[in-house]
Design a protein around this ligand. Sequence first.
Ligand code: NAP
Length: 294
Amino acid sequence: MTQTDDFERTPGGAVLMDGKRLRDEIVADLRAEIESLGNPTITLATVLVGSDKPSRIYVRNKRRKAEESGLVSRHVELDADCTQDDVESTVRVLVDDPTVHGILVQLPLPDGLDAERVLDLIPPEKDVDGLTERSMGRLVRGRPGLVPCTPLGVMRLLDRYGVPTSGKRAVVIGRSTLVGLPQVLLLGRKGVDATPTLAHSRTTDLAAQCREADIIVAAAGMAGLVTAEFVRPGAAVLDVGISRTESGIVGDVDFDGVEKVAGAITPMPGGTGPMTIGCLMQNTLLAARLQGVV
Ligand code: NAP
């Protein structure tokens, strides 16, 4: 990390990679950009199935930030006891509607519903979550497309806070298609040029692997997994994991221990979560571009 920045620091001296602040910058920039384009109507459609409380909160926040960004939010809700056909026909309507530019189906779907079949319906130009097979294929092949929002948010944080990536070693903990796998692809991309290791529950001596890393992205969903012993002095540590405990939301990173060793660290909450939403908004404008609307 450079020492000439004016970034906020933790008590132990690590740069605090503030996701809320960066998300707010992204929202403000998007608003200005959409205004400069003459305020075209760009619509993000959200689909919420069932009454899962965290999902409801996520969707509400996404809709709120869409409006703040100058996008139009359209929302469809279905009951938890709806059928696979109900969800699929809802998504088909949005796919066929030329006034809808981005489609987000909030996951997970209630038990008994097949998310893969629903995602398969979304064309890559409207896939603002970047989770469909075709979007993933584009990412692997390095073609222009929409990239999953959470790993993209991690990349934006690294960039904004001046964390060097070229030639650096990274460890990503977790190998889901939602976070870990695309994260590795993004870190290893030409131009980013990190050398990522993909760790998972069968990785032996995870702490030793992490100690080799200049960048650690923790996306396991295991509270406090990454302790100070995992971190080499000066490394950047980005916490994606979310565990809900009686004392509130807890990340995969033991913040109080790690901030004393790390060169840069994300807070939890307030780090990667807000960035996921900021990147969703950016993806929606990009989706409109891919459809030739702006
Ligand atoms: P997931 O599909 O359950 O994947 C978890 C991954 O972590 C798996 O690959 C698993 O390994 C690995 N893992 C679990 N325990 C481990 C351990 N002790 N050591 C090493 N690896 C371990 O979860 P996900 O959808 O990727 O989400 C990961 C976490 O991020 C969750 O807490 C989720 O809530 C959170 N999340 C946060 C955001 C955000 O915006 N901040 C967005 C999305 C998700 P195996 O493959 O071997 O089982």
